[in-house]
Design a protein around this ligand. Structure first.
Ligand code: SAH
Ligand code: SF4
Length: 402
């Protein structure tokens, strides 16, 4: 084997390190913490991978970095832009697996939807990721690598001035259950929050979970960011069917964990996501169960525990094997009105990027058949017209928003 190949194999990926870990690693090279901060800023704030260009680092340190380390970026398989400005990347994470990252621009913010696993073991009925099964956890470097790639690619494409940010918010709502990949997730969250990294406030980073009670408790202690809980049903029997994890983590325990989380949360409410499935969970009676649950009343509730919350209704994004249908718009509106009449702040998620299958929170089936993923994506790429220039797309998105 060639020497440079051997060196590459043993190189550490600096994207795996939050600042404390990077400082510890740099200390091993005899470097002070402040050097690690400089290096961290080069990587995350400037998007630099080439150690030779990190001009304020001593030459000896740069040489050591070249020898022992690398910034191992993700390999994009495709980048697609929707007419509404949404951008979706598919990244190859090896072994026939691809993960999805979606950027959603809005007037006052740019949100990146990040994946935490290749596949997912929870297996929710209405989720195409769940239908694929679980392949593997992403590493910290692969989680933060999605933000690294998207932020710096967008800055270049949008021609942003130094110091301007493309991404202002992160939601862990891509593929996977983030709290089932806790060890890799927490350092990635810390990098998002770090002033030497992406400098996002805790309110602007949201972890979405299907309801891993014990892990919600840990997140509260280790790194309390905004929390979204995928509810989908407010009685245990129906939720057992839709979110199999509910058989172990009952609604009453979940409500207790939410209540406890709020003591440390950066926002004074939990966001409950509710995927609207025609004839399954979308009646007025189901809406009343939600009202009871979060008020701490009724059979599924934690008695007496009211959960300050906002409800986000997500129109179901259909995929062939689900056997489920999206609730009609009028039903979604009627459901929302029942909740609102009870004083619950309720929003209906806009469907974005429909033309590029970029629904946040679901990988629209492309990677289901893992052996075929490469072939299919290649074919699709060839069939697609060239992406429109970003500036024109951004303008169109702004126009649509007015
Ligand atoms: N595993 C985490 C985060 C990823 S899923 C969780 O379940 O919360 C992000 C959101 O997308 C969840 O609320 C999930 O319920 C929702 N979702 C999944 N599949 C969907 C679909 N086909 N249509 C609409 N929303 C879906
Ligand atoms: Fe996993 Fe979330 Fe999909 Fe459920 S909805 S299968 S937890 S990714």
């Amino acid at each position: 084997m060639r020497r440079d190949a051997i060196a590459h194999m043993s190189a550490v990926n600096l994207l795996d390190f939050d600042l404390d870990a990077l400082a510890a690693w740099c200390a091993g090279l005899g470097e002070k913490r402040f050097r690690a901060q400089q290096l961290f800023r080069w990587i995350h704030q400037k998007g630099e991978r080439d150690f030779g260009r990190m001009s304020d680092l001593a030459r000896t340190l740069r040489e050591q970095l070249v020898q022992h380390a690398e910034v191992r970026a993700l390999q994009p398989m495709s980048e697609r832009r929707s007419a509404d400005g949404t951008v979706k990347w598919l990244f190859d994470v090896g072994g026939g697996n691809a993960i999805e990252t979606v950027f959603i621009p809005e007037d006052d913010r740019g949100t990146l939807c990040i994946s935490s696993q290749a596949g997912c073991a929870v297996g929710c009925r209405f989720c195409s990721t769940g239908h694929q099964g679980f392949s593997r956890n992403l590493t910290t470097g692969e989680i933060i690598g999605q933000l690294w790639h998207a932020e710096h690619a967008l800055r270049r494409q949008l021609g942003l001035a130094a110091g301007e940010r493309a991404i202002t918010n992160v939601v862990m709502m891509g593929m996977g259950e983030p709290l089932q990949n806790y060890a890799a997730l927490v350092p990635a969250l810390r990098m998002m929050l770090d002033d030497h990294g992406y400098g996002l406030s805790r309110r602007r980073v949201t972890v979405s979970t299907s309801g891993m009670v014990s892990m919600i408790e840990r997140l509260r202690d280790d790194c309390p960011v905004a929390l979204a809980v995928s509810l989908h049903a407010a009685n245990d029997a129906l939720r057992d069917e839709l979110v199999p994890l509910n058989r172990k983590h009952r609604l009453a325990d979940l409500m207790r964990a939410c209540h406890h989380y709020l003591e440390r949360a950066p926002r004074d409410f939990i966001t409950f996501e509710y995927c609207m499935l025609d004839g399954v969970n979308d009646s007025d009676a189901h809406a009343r169960e939600v009202i009871e649950l979060v008020a701490g009343r009724g059979p599924a509730a934690a008695p007496g525990l009211r959960i300050p919350c906002k409800i986000n209704l997500i129109p179901f994004n259909p995929f062939p094997q689900s056997g489920l249908r999206r609730s009609p718009d009028a039903r979604v509106q009627a459901f929302a009105r029942v909740l609102q009449a009870a004083g619950l702040v309720t929003t209906v998620r806009k469907t974005r990027g429909d033309d590029i299958d970029a629904a946040c929170g679901q990988l629209a089936g492309e990677v289901r058949d893992r052996t075929q993923v490469r072939v299919r994506l290649q074919r699709r790429r060839e069939a697609e017209p060239l992406a429109a220039p970003v500036a024109a797309v951004a303008q169109a998105a702004q126009g649509a928003a007015r």
